[in-house]
Design a protein around this ligand. Structure first.
Ligand code: E4P
Length: 217
């Protein structure tokens, strides 16, 4: 499973990238707001750090305007994936931009039918939002399973990009289901390294080591 990092925080991206944890990046208007930076400037900087797909989202609502914004965003770097919302106009934009050879990430997906439409419109990535479904007492992981089954039934090549991941357990479950990619905030990726028994075991080793009175260096 590929790891995308869901942030526009350049320092956090660089730190994870140095560890080989970053296959790509996803941003959205809220994350750009959080960064406090200009969308073109920060996206360009992210693309200079990460060689994999970097999603940059359009903000227009009509297809004609979305297409123009998507073309402008795609000029930032060759690894830009234009992110469009799963609306009828977003699907039209997806069809046009993917026809021009651009990567397109169709976002804000909350149903299997939406994912089916995105695949037929030529999406490179479909982004089902797990956490936001869980927030309203629906099953986000079940949606990932359904899309996996449907895409496999018909050999769709659109990659399932599990998004709105809130916990390390979401990552495990997405990997078991067979999501192609997951995108998570840096804190969730770091939380994947934690285990209470690791902490307990290390604590015991440190206590015993101190009793030996030895040093390695
Ligand atoms: C994905 O591309 C989105 O930017 C993101 O995963 C949304 O996550 P949230 O629901 O935690 O805001």
């Amino acid at each position: 499973m590929k790891f995308f990092v869901d942030t526009a925080d350049v320092e956090a991206i660089a730190e994870l990238n140095d560890l080989g944890m970053v296959d790509g990046v996803t941003t959205n208007p809220s994350l750009i707001l959080k960064s406090g930076r200009d969308i073109i400037e920060v996206t360009k900087e992210i693309c200079s750090i990460v060689s994999g797909p970097v999603s940059a989202e359009v903000v227009a609502l009509k297809a004609e305007d979305m297409i123009a914004e998507g073309r402008k965003l795609a000029e930032i770097a060759p690894n830009i994936a234009v992110k469009v919302p799963l609306t009828w106009d977003g699907l039209k934009t997806c069809k046009v931009l993917s026809g021009e050879g651009k990567m397109v990430n169709v976002t804000l997906c909350f149903s299997a039918n939406q994912a089916l439409l995105a695949a037929k419109a030529g999406a490179t990535f479909i982004s089902p939002f797990i956490g936001r479904l869980d927030d309203i007492n629906l099953d986000g992981l079940e949606l990932i399973s359904d899309i996996r089954e449907i895409y496999d039934n018909y050999g769709f090549e659109t990659q399932i990009l599990a998004a709105s991941i809130r916990t390390a357990n979401h990552v495990t479950q997405c990997a078991l289901i067979g999501a192609d990619v997951m995108t998570a905030p840096p804190a969730v990726i770091k939380a994947m390294a934690s285990h209470v028994l690791t902490d307990k075991g290390l604590d015991q080793f440190m206590k015993d080591w101190a009793k030996t009175g030895q040093k390695i260096i």
